[in-house]
Ligand binder design. Structure first.
Ligand SMILES: *Cc1c(COP(=O)(O)O)cnc(C)c1O
Length: 485
């Protein structure tokens, strides 16, 4: 199956090459020239693994042996065989995406990406090792480390801002085992770490570092189509669960509310709809960084604003990369997309044509919720539904409520839950009771005592685990550090 860039149709590659390349040479993102056909009814009757095999296989048909790859990626790694269970809270249905090895929704994609990448590498006869470089503000780093741990032919190096991630997140990363993993703190903030990584890429010649070990540089971020494709599956899985519970009949439309940052998760929902799943509205939920709310309401994307630090840090983003793919899918116009992206780069904003905005608004609805609103929602959902959710999920829940009250839309609503409440214990605990406890691990214990919701296995006993990666380097030392890997 052929893929080309969102910004031009000139260079086409097959789906295996698209996974290997990550980003198209013109800076655009890879999109399929034509979406595949999927037998939706059959797919909905299958178990999650078979569903994943069918869907990822349809999106990436040039990566062979998909059943083996799916089973290597997921079997025994998640808390449940169904990977992403749904919970009927009596009000909304919650789709739990955080039952994976690091308790974050990114596990769904980052368990699969290494399998896709190494298979694509062997199909394309690429002999060099791949070196994955990632700067993380907390969540992605650990999920990527866990996904790539001991994967042959791949090394991974994660940089995080020294003092800039939570104690739990740091403990998760610095205790990571694996012969091919490196974790290092950088003196500076997340932007410094991110800039450092971009700098390293800019120093590469034909994908490798001069004077280095010859490994090909790559990233694990969500612009890779190999990260997006696995996320389509759980929309089907949620729909199948509603069918099984008799809450819908085949063909009924279901709405999804998605806590959104880089627009990857919600775009997977749009792709599920394009593949034939009866999806109603896709609700784009943001925190105080509400660039996307403004965009979906007005058609004007404007990143010229301060970045707010919130209690839902995985959504603290001003430039949502995957939105570029939506603009392409909806307009089919690569010149338009190239122009808008160039304008975003030079002017910091763009406005889409009225026709395109109308089309976006038929598929999407958007809202935002600040920290106070998220805290109140956590408290209310726990008191009224007996369900404990994290800060990102609370944002999705609050915006879903706003949507229903403004539109009166009665179709079933699925709220995507993107993290375990135990990944953000300070904020979640403060939503339930006054607390002066500064220690995050004690906060977790208190939260468990208070709610009866068990701490996930991977977050238990983190404090006792051996710290394997304690290095801290100045930000200007990142390039020499990586050159030695
Ligand atoms: C990454 C992340 C999101 C945002 O997902 P996008 O695909 O970037 O929109 C939301 N919640 C959590 C917990 C995340 O880690």
């Amino acid at each position: 199956m052929l893929y080309h860039s969102t910004r031009s149709r000139q260079n086409v590659v097959d789906s295996a090459q698209a996974v290997l390349n990550g980003l198209a040479p013109d800076g655009g993102l890879y999109v399929p020239a034509q979406l595949p056909c999927l037998d939706v009814k059959t797919c909905l009757q299958e178990n999650t693994m078979a569903m994943a095999t069918r869907i990822i296989g349809a999106m990436l048909p040039d990566v062979p042996q998909m059943p083996e790859l799916v089973s290597k990626a997921y079997v025994g790694k998640f808390e449940t065989e169904e990977l992403t269970p749904t919970v009927d809270t009596g009000k909304f249905t919650v789709l739990e995406l955080f039952r994976g090895p690091t308790s974050a929704f990114k596990d769904v994609a980052l368990c699969m990406l290494p399998q896709l990448l190494t298979k694509a590498k062997s199909v394309k006869g690429m002999p060099e090792d791949i070196l994955i470089l990632t700067a993380t503000s907390g969540d992605t780093g650990k999920a990527a480390l866990a996904g790539f741990q001991d994967v042959e032919g791949v090394k991974i190096c994660v940089f995080y801002p020294h003092g800039g991630v939570s104690a739990v997140q740091r403990a998760q990363m610095v205790t990571q085992e694996g012969s091919n993993v490196t974790v290092c703190a950088v003196e500076g903030n997340f932007d410094d770490a991110q800039t450092g990584v971009k700098n390293i890429f800019a120093n590469a010649v034909d994908g490798t570092l001069p004077g280095g070990t010859g490994a090909r540089l790559s990233t694990a971020n969500s612009i890779n189509i190999g990260r997006l494709a696995p996320q389509i599956t759980y929309y089907f899985k949620a729909y199948a669960d509603l069918l099984k519970r008799g809450q819908i009949a085949m063909g009924d439309e279901v709405n999804f509310s998605v806590p959104t940052g880089n627009f990857g998760d919600i775009l997977a929902g749009y792709l599920a709809k394009k593949l034939g799943l009866p999806v109603g509205k896709l609700i784009c939920a943001s925190n105080a960084n509400n660039v996307l709310t403004d965009f979906i309401r007005t058609g004007c994307y404007d990143r010229r604003r301060p970045l707010h630090k919130t209690i839902s840090p995985s959504m603290d983003i001003l430039v949502s990369s995957n939105l570029e793919r939506l603009l392409y899918f909806m307009s089919q116009d690569t010149d338009l997309v190239a122009g808008l992206m160039a304008q975003l780069n030079t002017d910091g904003h763009y406005q889409v044509p009225g026709e395109l905005l109308k089309e976006i608004q038929t598929e999407f609805w958007a809202g935002c919720c600040d920290d106070e609103g998220a805290r109140q929602t956590i408290g209310k959902v726990f008191r009224e539904q007996g369900y404990l959710c994290d800060t990102h999920t609370a944002t999705g829940w609050a915006v879903a409520e706003e949507y229903v009250s403004q539109t009166g839309d009665q179709r079933p609503m699925v709220v995507l839950s993107t993290a375990s409440p135990y990944k953000f214990p300070a904020a979640v605990l403060s939503a339930l009771e006054e607390s002066n406890e500064p220690d995050e691990f004690k906060q977790m214990e208190r939260l468990q005592e208070l709610t009866g919701v068990p701490i996930p296995g991977n977050l238990q006993g983190l404090q006792q685990k051996k710290e394997l990666h304690t290095g801290v380097i100045p930000k200007d030392q990142m390039l020499p550090f990586v050159t030695k890997l």
